[in-house]
Ligand binder design. Structure first.
Ligand SMILES: [Zn+2]
Length: 466
């Protein structure tokens, strides 16, 4: 089999330019749908339809029991290059496509404050472009598009990973909207989430308090225990909790109280060690207050593992593609958003950032699990003004206008170029694999989901962390 590229980078870019209207229409459609985790029915259907129109076969219409997860494929044989598509929105972040905080006219309160409408449309656009080259016989191998729902607090990819759909992918690519163009050469935190509920006995707080057993006291003791644990945590550890139920009235001893708690650290081993400790704190709090503790697993994810050769090549690709060229109207929109958010009026960044060396980030992503199964690398494109963070109304607004669409098209170019180079260059794939193997140190991927958990709890537990 020839290992020589039979297609030029110019041709790949031209394919993406041809597909631009499809990418832009998808970005807008998904932005309108604004479907939150595990409810992305219309978004998934939309993307599947345009993939099928582009010659893709839907090989999995449901993955891991999740109806909004899917896998689509084009071509045959190796190598298998995967591209991740996300499409879930965030609750409460709906905003009109205007440079100020303003509810949507149609009353939809959820919104694409993390730009997953752009992730999905650009990933599919890249897959369609490379798919055209495969269909034209200019590239050989398989391109696989993973439809991955519920990135936001739902850990969709972790369930898909446990189901094995990433196992035979040689390399996996992804991207994320940002305020800059560059390579996602970073480590993110591993984390685990628990719901800790306490059950006591209700009683009249004034009349017969001795007959009651306060579940709220258990929560207070639990939180105190967690805060004492903090002193013994390594500097990489983070723990946050919110009290979700703490009683109703002061004259009723609460028989039910609950806390949701998240523990993050540099890797899952450290997370799990502290999760065990947290469970013991819950048992201790229950014992001390004569209540009963019930700990429910809500999800866990691995840290994101970078890859040296892929990061370097991705940098070259992003530099070749460049950041989007934003026009004056878009810069004016951006500056107005910055003014509304009390940020410096720097506008939109149009330069590609130099490659950074594997910075450690405090946030988590379910791409982490994918990165422990196959060499994985991502890119960033600007879709928000400089300094505007994701998960804000400003991000939602920008992701529904031409600023976001331009970022998506540029991301599609980067992903398509990178995928084409990976399909043709066996040496690059081998270098990525060697780097991956060295980092894994002979260990295989272990799912962070306890075996007894069959489906994502988020699919069943209504708005547990809304
Ligand atoms: Zn995101």
């Amino acid at each position: 089999m020839s290992d020589q590229p039979e297609i030029t980078n110019r041709e790949i870019i031209t394919y993406v330019d041809d597909i631009r209207p499809i990418i832009e229409a998808a970005a807008d459609a998904l932005w309108d749908f604004a479907e939150v985790r595990y409810e992305e029915v219309r978004s998934a259907a939309y993307l599947k339809e345009i993939l099928e129109e582009g010659g893709y076969t839907i090989t999995h219409d449901t993955v891991a029991g999740i109806p909004t997860a899917f896998v689509a494929e084009i071509g045959e044989g190796g190598p298998v290059i995967g591209i991740l598509a996300e499409y879930d929105a965030l609750p409460g972040l709906g905003n009109a496509p205007v440079p100020r905080k303003e509810p949507r006219a149609d009353g939809v309160t959820s919104g694409h404050g993390c730009g997953h409408n752009l992730i999905g449309s650009a990933a599919v656009g890249a897959a369609l472009a490379v798919g055209r080259a495969v269909q034209a016989g200019k590239l050989s191998g398989t391109v696989r598009l993973y439809g991955t729902p519920a990135e936001e607090g739902g850990q969709g990819k972790v369930y898909m990973a446990r189901d094995g759909v990433f196992d035979d992918a040689e390399i996996i690519l992804h991207w994320h909207p940002a305020d800059r163009a560059g390579v996602m050469n970073e480590r993110t935190a591993a984390n685990a989430n628990l719901d800790v509920a306490f059950f006591g006995v209700t009683a009249h707080a004034g009349g017969q308090p001795w007959q009651g057993r306060s579940a709220l006291h258990a929560v207070e003791l639990f939180c105190h225990g967690v805060n004492l644990m903090r002193e013994q945590m390594e500097p990489t550890g983070r723990v946050q909790y919110v009290i979700r139920a703490g009683g109703e009235e002061t004259n009723i001893i609460p028989d039910y109280a609950s806390v949701q708690i998240a523990y993050r650290d540099a890797d899952l081993e450290r997370v799990n060690r502290h999760i065990e400790w947290i469970k013991q704190i819950a048992e201790g709090a229950a014992l001390a207050t004569q209540t009963r503790a019930q700990v429910t697993f809500l999800g866990a994810i691995h840290d994101l593992m970078p890859n040296g050769p892929l990061a370097e090549r991705m940098q070259a690709v992003v530099e070749q593609v460049g950041a989007p060229l934003f026009d004056e109207a878009e810069q004016a929109f951006a500056r107005q958003v910055q003014a509304e958010m009390d940020l410096p009026d720097a506008g939109l960044e149009m330069a590609v950032r130099p490659l950074v060396q594997e910075r450690a980030e405090g946030y988590s992503t379910d791409v982490g699990d994918v990165s422990k199964i196959a060499p994985t690398m991502g890119l960033n494109m600007p879709t928000v003004p400089a300094g505007v963070s994701m998960h804000t109304w400003g991000a939602t607004a920008c992701h529904g206008v031409s600023i976001g669409r331009k970022g998506a098209v540029q991301a599609a170019k980067g992903l398509a170029l990178m995928a084409a180079e990976l399909l043709t260059e066996a040496e690059l794939r081998a270098a990525a694999k060697a780097d991956f193997d060295a980092r894994m140190g002979g260990k295989a991927y272990v799912s962070p989901i306890p075996p007894e958990i069959e489906a994502p709890p988020m699919m069943k537990v209504e708005k547990i962390e809304d």
